[in-house]
Design a binder for this molecule. Structure first.
Ligand code: IMO
Ligand code: MG
Length: 498
């Protein structure tokens, strides 16, 4: 395979030009014809006098793996930019294309579509060797159709971070078996620690070998406790090499996005991880080290909050968690096993079996208030097809007799003691091919009435309209419901009492 740099050379001086348009012209290999920016709901007007939606944020509303990749891919067909704004190789976004399944870790799903720019944004920690391998694999399969742009502000996740991550999680578990986090061992925690501690190296540094070496030496001075590190010279030359191949893709991404907003082009922020894994608002310390909330994604992309039009929370029709931490609706019995088997619930990044349980409306209400969801996407409804009844958790009963409706306890051990109170809703038929075909042809009106009731119940209980439904893994198996006329933007902010 030719090195990426061969066909991606560009004139550095030209970088200050209007980047998005110019990028389409100048990066011949990954370039695609200028795409149209068809809005998903052209009829939906936003607050800017008749213009279509420009900035949409997709947020995981549970513990990750909600099929954010699938929903983002669906929405990407109407976008010009798709931006990953946090996390790194810990994410695993599965998308089922007609050519076969794809799992993206560090690239935004926009790279799979002609005319779309996939941005790995400033808030990410990027492992450049793995990112290059991810691009090469897509290219080999003929699936790298959009353009790749990498933020020069994104931090570099280094081999030392991967070593430290595994070592730290082992140490935690050795000290106390309850304390292991079960991280993805991809180096996320240590990379973000070094970013906050100001020891980090950024993608933009890879083109400055002397500065890079100096920064790595400084960083290594803090790592004397870590065994088996590759020597600094070796690491520097490895990074300079990969950096030179990726160089044509590395640039300031925020002005590119600001220009796009000014042109009313559609931008999709593809969340990774989930609100409940947020380092501040998740189930600390059983969280990741970034801010996967809607607000965190704005910080991680450089888009101001005043430009956001929609925040779409993505939740499975049930719930899963991979790694340690409290999970009130976990079902460790046969039914949980059923969900794991039918839902194919195995980690896309680590291959670990996911813990499975039921939809938790307390968490969705919490997520709605925390992220300001304007709508919900409910995925994998087909997995529950054929069940007689489907339990949903409407509140928690706490050991002191109090009930919790929408504010999660701050302490993880308190949340672990919460007893879920369930309501059983009638199930819906299996999603056999005939039903899928009807939904394809007729749209949401062909969804079974019991499923519609389930979705309505979610809206009643969260005050957030369900706008998208995923009923299979395939790219085509998502249906949009009517645009919300519903309870209004701030309805979910009102506290739930009783
Ligand atoms: P996507 O984007 C599910 C979990 C890990 C672990 C905790 C900390 O595919 O939804 P880390 O490696 O981030 O330090 O691990 O967070 N975790 C995820 N779980 N989906 C993800 O991403 C996750 N990213 C991290 O399992 O419990
Ligand atoms: Mg995943």
């Amino acid at each position: 395979m030719r090195p990426l740099g061969d066909h991606l050379r560009e004139d550095r001086a030209a970088r200050s030009l209007a980047l998005s348009r110019a990028a389409t012209r100048r990066a011949p290999h990954y370039a695609t014809p200028a795409g149209s920016t068809r809005a998903i709901y052209p009829e939906r007007s936003d607050r800017r006098e008749g213009n279509t939606t420009t900035v949409r944020v997709v947020v995981g509303a549970q513990f990750g793996d909600e099929a954010k990749g699938k929903i983002s891919d669906y929405l990407a067909s109407g976008a010009r930019y798709v931006v990953r704004s946090g996390g790194g190789p810990n994410a695993g976004h599965s998308i089922h294309l007609p050519e076969g399944p794809v799992v993206l870790h560090q690239l935004a799903c926009g790279v799979l579509r002609h005319g779309v720019v996939g941005v790995s944004g400033p808030g990410m920690v990027v492992q450049p060797m793995k990112l290059e391998a991810e691009m090469q694999e897509l290219e080999r399969r003929g699936l790298l159709r959009g353009q790749v742009v990498l933020s020069d502000r994104a931090h570099v996740l280094l081999p030392v971070h991967e070593i430290e991550d595994a070592w730290e999680d082992e140490l935690r578990a050795k000290k106390n078996p309850q304390a292991g986090l079960g991280t993805t061992k991809s180096g996320i925690g240590p990379a973000y620690s070094d970013r906050s501690g100001r020891w980090g190296v950024r993608l933009g540094d890879l083109a400055r070998p002397a500065q890079l070496r100096e920064r790595l030496e400084l960083l290594y001075a803090t790592k004397t406790h870590v065994p088996n590190l590759p020597p600094v010279e070796e690491l520097t030359s490895q990074l300079v090499e990969v950096g030179s191949r990726l160089d044509p893709l590395i640039r300031p991404t925020e002005p590119m996005l600001w220009d796009a907003i000014a042109r009313r082009e559609t931008i999709l922020l593809e969340g990774a991880q989930s609100a409940l894994l947020d380092v501040d608002f998740g189930t600390y310390p059983f969280v990741t080290s970034s801010h996967p909330t809607s607000a965190g994604q704005l910080v991680g992309s450089g888009i101001p909050p005043t430009e956001v039009d929609e925040v779409i929370g993505v939740a499975k029709a049930y719930c899963t968690r991979v790694g340690a931490g409290p999970f009130p609706t976990e079902d460790t019995g046969e039914r949980g096993e059923y969900l794991r088997r039918v839902g194919g619930e195995r980690g896309a990044t680590t291959g670990r079996p996911r813990r499975c349980g039921w939809l938790d409306l307390v968490m969705l209400r919490y997520g709605a208030r925390l992220n300001g969801f304007t709508s919900l996407a409910i995925t994998k409804v087909d997995v529950l097809g054929g069940l007689e009844e489907v339990p949903v958790c409407t509140q928690y009963l706490m050991p002191d007799g109090s009930t919790v409706r929408d504010v999660l306890p701050t302490q993880a051990d308190e949340l672990a003691r919460a007893q879920p109170v369930y309501e059983n809703l009638p199930g819906w038929p299996e999603f056999h091919q005939r039903l899928k075909d009807r939904v394809q042809k007729e749209g949401a009106s062909a969804l079974p009435s019991t499923l519609r009731r389930y979705l309505d119940r979610i809206t009643e209980e969260t005050r957030v309209p369900v706008q998208y439904v995923g009923y299979g893994a395939d790219r085509s198996e998502t249906v949009a419901l009517a645009p919300p006329t519903g309870p209004g933007r701030r309805a979910s902010m009102t506290p739930w009492t009783g």
